[in-house]
Design a protein around this ligand. Structure first.
Ligand SMILES: Nc1ncnc2c1ncn2[C@@H]1O[C@H](COP(=O)(O)OP(=O)(O)OP(=O)(O)O)[C@@H](O)[C@H]1O
Ligand SMILES: [Mg+2]
Length: 361
């Protein structure tokens, strides 16, 4: 649906988009995720046609977009600060999306009520926009963008102004809306959880570049770089030396854990860029009780800190021959006793718990 090829964009001397290439599929819920200033809004505005590009190609629906103004593109955008007009009614706000078209009153009214129904605001047309809750305003902004039946809806942090509970509600509503309408959504967010729960695929951006483009599961389980791994929750980072690579699998010597066969990082460009390190998520290691659990690998360690947090306990442990503290999280079950500082323990893990990462900061 949207094909970006080697997009470069400068603001004066500032390089805002650095060789961005990606392909957004039709009907996909696609997210652009990254920290503040990473270029998410810039990329979205480029797709929308509000920003020009310095080089590269942009195609939407098979058509080159060079020279095509925003209002002639099959896209519509919901802005970061979703400006709805407080002095207008809900219906007038939604109809604003139609202002460029010369439609009869009756046509406009029917399109407005159709759009309001889509976002769960049927019957709210006459209400003054200032008399709406934050979530309802957000829906008005959505209805205004949907009324032109765009093939692609571009959403720039549409939920950032909402409180947590409302945001979660809107997330699942938005997801349902996207499934029902079947149109392509491109969502900008800096909230990892939001991107993981809502999207079919996510492009992670740092400093104007796409660091990794993958499904939520792949991003969490097989991040390509240390930076992406750490962006998605806690990750223990250990030194790693590659001994041998065969068919995309690297025999890796991991600090404290010994040797394991790990897939090379997923993305080709990341894979060509050593140095590497190994990552293990805290929940993918287990402190073995003197029971019958059997793990592919067992490694001796010493407990150096214990943090009880109700549902979970976080242990800091050190493997023999390693100074790096490693966090292991354990679910607190009724028959599991807490370990104590200084205790010698065995850590159960599997090679599939570890991931080889490009260590490029
Ligand atoms: N019109 C502009 N002129 C100059 N620099 C700009 C302009 N717009 C954005 N920038 C710069 O480009 C970089 C990317 O900005 P952008 O708005 O795309 O970031 P973002 O990822 O959307 O961040 P946020 O999460 O804070 O919204 C920033 O460093 C920003 O200062
Ligand atoms: Mg932004």
């Amino acid at each position: 649906m949207i094909k970006l090829t080697n997009i470069q964009k400068y603001y004066g001397s500032y390089h805002a988009l650095r060789d961005v290439s990606c392909h957004i599929r039709e009907g996909e819920f696609f997210s652009l995720l990254g920290p503040s200033g990473s270029g998410k809004t810039t990329l979205l505005r480029t797709i929308a046609g509000f920003e020009g590009i310095d080089s590269g190609d942009l195609m939407i629906g098979g058509q080159p977009m060079k020279g095509v103004p925003a209002n002639k593109r099959p896209t519509n955008m919901v802005f970061q600060s979703y400006a709805i007009f407080p002095h207008m009614s809900v219906a007038q706000n939604v109809a604003y999306g139609l202002r460029a078209q010369r439609l009869s009153k009756a046509e406009t009214a029917s399109m407005v009520s159709e759009a309001l129904a889509k976002v769960g605001l049927a019957g709210y047309g006459a209400r003054a926009a200032h008399a709406l809750s934050g979530g309802q305003r957000q829906r008005v902004a959505l209805a205004r963008a949907l009324i032109l039946k765009p093939k692609v809806l571009l959403l720039d942090e549409p939920m950032s102004a909402l409180d947590r509970k409302l945001r979660e509600e809107m997330q699942s509503e938005l997801r349902h809306l996207q499934r029902n309408l079947g149109i392509t959504f491109v969502l900008v967010t800096h909230d990892q959880e939001e991107a993981l729960t809502m999207s079919d695929r996510v492009a992670v951006m740092f400093e104007g570049q796409i660091a990794q483009l993958d499904t939520p599961q792949a991003l969490y389980k097989q991040p390509a770089s240390k930076r992406v791994a750490e962006f998605f929750g806690a990750m223990n980072i250990l030194r790693a030396d590659i001994v041998d690579v065969k068919d995309g699998v690297a025999t890796t010597r991991i600090e404290g854990l010994g040797t394991a066969d790990l897939p090379m990082p997923r993305q080709a460009d990341a894979g060509t860029a050593p140095p590497y390190c190994a990552g293990v998520r805290p929940e993918l290691m287990t402190i073995l009780d003197d029971g019958a659990q059997s793990y592919e690998r067992e490694t001796a360690a010493t407990v150096t800190d214990v943090e009880y947090r109700g549902e979970l306990t976080y242990y800091d442990v050190k493997f023999q021959g390693s100074d790096t503290p490693v966090v292991v999280s354990m679910r607190n079950t009724s028959n599991r006793t807490l370990k104590t500082v200084g205790q010698q323990v065995r850590i159960g893990w599997e090679s599939a718990s570890a991931v080889l990462l490009v260590d490029r900061s």
